[in-house]
Ligand binder design. Structure first.
Ligand code: SF4
Length: 304
């Protein structure tokens, strides 16, 4: 049986790619990647609903490197989509090799022109060339508007049963949903925090101040309001969940402030400075009080 390693985000395009190839009696092995900036939760749900066994690969460390210094630039936020797709394909190729090439083909749910930055014809060609996968990436949704792959030439896949979808409109995909009788599918939404403009601002600032920051530093920026004093980072939780998450992500050297006799947010202090910065406790205390609703006359604050 022909086996396909399919890059699988769990979004509609990747679900359709799986369905199109299954129609040709190809066995699908979906692969999903997780990093500090996105996870595989959607892919897990979609794979389960399709009855597919998902392979999850954590490439957080390698991905952080390309987020810090992408070779091919970024989208509107801090998203280095071209480098990211390239890393996914290289990692998938490596994954296939480690399993002694038990796969006959490699496919993605990409649609030509759907994302102007990373899915235009030049970007697709560049990714194939850089990953050393020329003619070896099948994109079932757009195959007929792309050069023939080796799989089609060899007859492993029937080109006439592939599609010619291009552009941002979802019309063709929705008609395929009907054709394949797909009952449930996720709405288009980026599960990648790097496309979020607010988060991107915070991350840019972190990279500027602390070029050698690690994954935990990047993740903690998502857990509240962010303030800086020199090289000291303050995070103020916005709700109960963030209070809990801040403490969970906190490192040994971090300081945590919590209100004792009144309701208010948890504040985390993380210093990236070698010297002791002045007044950091006072600043954290002021932030905690600023974002508390009912402050008693004598507010008591725990420092952990
Ligand atoms: S949006 Fe995020 S996950 Fe998707 S390609 Fe771009 S950087 Fe990678």
């Amino acid at each position: 049986m022909i086996k396909c390693l399919l890059l699988f985000s769990g979004g509609l395009d990747s679900i359709l790619a799986a369905k199109i190839l299954e129609k040709q009696k190809i066995k699908i092995i979906p692969i999903c990647f997780q990093s500090y900036f996105f996870n595989c939760n959607l892919a897990k749900r979609s794979a389960k609903s399709l009855g597919l066994k998902l392979k999850v690969v954590d490439f957080s460390k390698e991905h952080l490197q390309i987020v810090k210094s992408p070779k091919y630039g970024r989208g509107k936020g801090m998203n280095p989509c071209l480098d990211c797709r390239l890393l996914m394909l290289k990692t998938a190729k490596q994954f296939a090799k480690l399993r002694r090439n038990k796969f006959n083909l490699l496919a993605t749910g990409e649609v030509l022109g759907e994302r102007p930055f990373s899915q235009n014809i030049n970007a697709l060609k560049l990714i194939e060339k850089e990953a050393n996968l020329k003619g070896l990436i099948l994109r079932p949704l757009s195959a007929k508007v792309l050069p023939e792959t080796i799989y089609e030439k060899k007859g492993i896949v029937k080109r006439e049963q592939l599609f010619n979808i291009s552009g941002k409109s979802r019309k063709s995909q929705l008609s395929l949903v009907k054709k394949f009788k797909i009952k449930e599918f996720p709405q288009p939404a980026s599960g990648c925090i790097l496309t979020d403009s607010e988060y991107s601002k915070k991350l840019r600032e972190l990279f500027r101040k602390v070029p050698d920051c690690n994954g935990n530093d990047c993740q903690i920026l998502r857990k509240g309001r962010v303030f800086w004093q020199g090289k000291v980072l303050f995070i103020v939780a916005r709700n109960e969940k963030e209070c809990y998450e801040l403490k969970k992500l906190g490192k040994k050297k971090d300081l945590i402030l919590e209100p004792k006799n009144f309701p208010g947010p948890t504040v985390l202090i993380r210093s990236f400075s070698r010297k002791m910065e002045k007044n950091i406790l006072e600043k954290a205390r002021n932030l905690l009080l600023k974002y508390s609703k009912k402050i008693p006359k004598n507010p008591e604050i725990n420092v952990i």
